[in-house]
Design a protein around this ligand. Structure first.
Ligand code: HEM
Length: 248
């Protein structure tokens, strides 16, 4: 079944619900799939490696660069203004700090961006230009995720990678949000205040499912890159042929 049909079936049974309830419902299955990706499982089992985390940061940098530039550019759009919280939520500077910590000052020349990440960013740019109200679906997927499971993942990441302080983990910290739960309530009420036609609302719900799908593909792509690197390393130790390796 394609994404559009699935979303349509789910929305038929919930026309009375608020957008925040609908969006949670239509993305429930995708959330389970995202949690079960190899990368997210590594986090949950407290087995995330420095290589995994560094590569994830590279992708997150590109994703938040596109998302936040498009949100900034469309901050007065009626579908964006109510959920525009740059002071509380913006992640870009935090990610830049983490990248500098792990890769050094010349991190911009070293970051690796897999194909799935480029496709996700391309979509963000496209909707920023053509249908800014769909940005709500992407902002919801990333920011509410970061404020939910992301909070636990940060503590796990610190332990798994044996980091002594929270250096390199700024991405997980939201100094502008005192209570993630209260903030999520506010965010949901703002989402519910956005006026959308039925067609636009269905489009937003469909886009949220797509946003989760993009994230899953980014995680899978990243994991694939790492397994190729590991194979290369193994080949290097068994054969003496010089093989060009990915610097992660
Ligand atoms: C909410 C866990 C990965 C997006 C939540 C909540 C938990 C959680 C416990 C709170 C549920 C509630 O308040 O009812 C996890 C864990 C993950 C994970 C353990 C992986 C290890 C992800 C990913 C995304 C995501 C990869 C998207 C990219 C969301 C969103 C919400 C959420 C948007 C808010 C749901 C709502 O209240 O509408 N997650 N999550 N999560 N998560 Fe995740």
């Amino acid at each position: 079944m394609d994404t559009e049909t699935k979303t349509q079936m789910a929305t038929e049974q919930m026309t009375d619900m608020d957008l925040s309830e609908q969006i949670k419902k239509v993305t429930k299955e995708s959330h389970i799939r995202a949690e079960n990706t190899e990368l997210m499982m590594s986090f949950q089992k407290a087995q995330v490696t420095l290589q995994q985390y560094k590569l994830l940061l590279c992708s997150l940098y590109e994703i938040y660069l596109a998302l936040e530039e498009e949100l900034d550019r469309n901050s007065n759009h009626p579908g964006v203004a109510p959920i525009y919280f740059p002071a509380e939520l913006a992640r870009l500077e935090a990610i830049e700090k983490d990248l500098e910590y792990f890769y050094g000052q010349d991190w911009r020349e070293k970051i690796v961006v897999p194909g799935a990440t480029k496709r996700y960013c391309h979509r963000l740019r496209q909707i920023g230009k053509e249908s800014p109200e769909f940005l709500l679906a992407h902002a919801y997927t990333r920011y509410l995720g970061d404020l939910s499971g992301g909070q636990v993942l940060g503590r796990i990441a610190q332990k798994s990678m044996g980091l002594k302080s929270s250096e390199g983990l700024s991405f997980f910290a939201f100094p502008g949000v005192t209570s993630p739960n209260l903030f999520k309530q506010l965010y949901r009420s703002r989402m519910n205040s956005v006026e959308l036609t039925e067609e636009e609302r269905n489009g937003v719900l469909e886009e949220a499912v797509r946003a989760f799908e993009f994230n899953i593909q980014v995680f899978d792509d990243l994991q694939k890159m790492l397994s190729v690197t590991e194979d290369t390393l193994q080949n290097c130790s068994t054969h003496s042929k010089p093989v060009q390796m990915l610097q992660i």
